[in-house]
Design a protein around this ligand. Structure first.
Ligand code: HEC
Length: 130
């Protein structure tokens, strides 16, 4: 019997092709669709790699970046002083109530309708990376 038809080999081949399929899927990953509530953010924020800042800083790669850390953007002193890394949690708090999370910041947005909406937007922001 040829080697490739032994059950052990077939099992190994199946594992190898599964691993290949999942790594291919990771490379070809399509961008996650933004939640509907993100529309207003787009008025002031770009979300693609290397896009120049608009009214607000570019949000591409925001997850893990330090607040006030995008190059070529003129942040308020309040945002620069806050300087915490943006995580799903810090983003949710900021989006829910920007004035409370970072007092004195210059983002002209009153906050999301509720915690669930803020969480959906924060989780979406965490997917914006290369
Ligand atoms: C009217 C314009 C405007 C809108 C609408 C707006 N932003 Fe902003 N955003 C800004 C500005 C301006 C800043 C810079 C704040 C500062 O320097 O104090 C900012 C800063 C931020 C930051 C910090 C970025 C960094 O690099 O540290 C995040 C995150 C953010 N906005 C997310 C959002 C999200 C999510 C929404 C929608 C829910 C939103 N913004 C809506 C103008 C806006």
């Amino acid at each position: 019997m040829p080697l490739v038809t032994t059950p052990r080999w077939r099992a190994l081949a199946a594992i190898a092709s599964l691993a290949l399929a999942s790594s291919t899927a990771a490379v070809a990953q399509t961008p996650v669709a933004p939640p509907a509530d993100f529309a207003i953010c787009s008025a002031c924020h770009e979300i693609t790699a290397k896009a120049a800042p608009s009214l607000g800083p570019n949000l591409f790669g925001i997850g893990g970046r330090k607040a006030g850390g995008a190059e070529s953007y003129d942040y308020s002193d309040a945002m620069k002083a806050y300087a915490k890394p943006w995580t799903a949690e810090t983003l949710q708090a900021f989006i829910l109530d920007p004035a409370k999370a970072v007092p004195g910041n210059k983002m002209d947005y009153p906050g999301a309708n509720d915690a669930a909406s803020a969480k959906a937007i924060a989780d979406y922001l965490m997917t914006l990376k290369g």
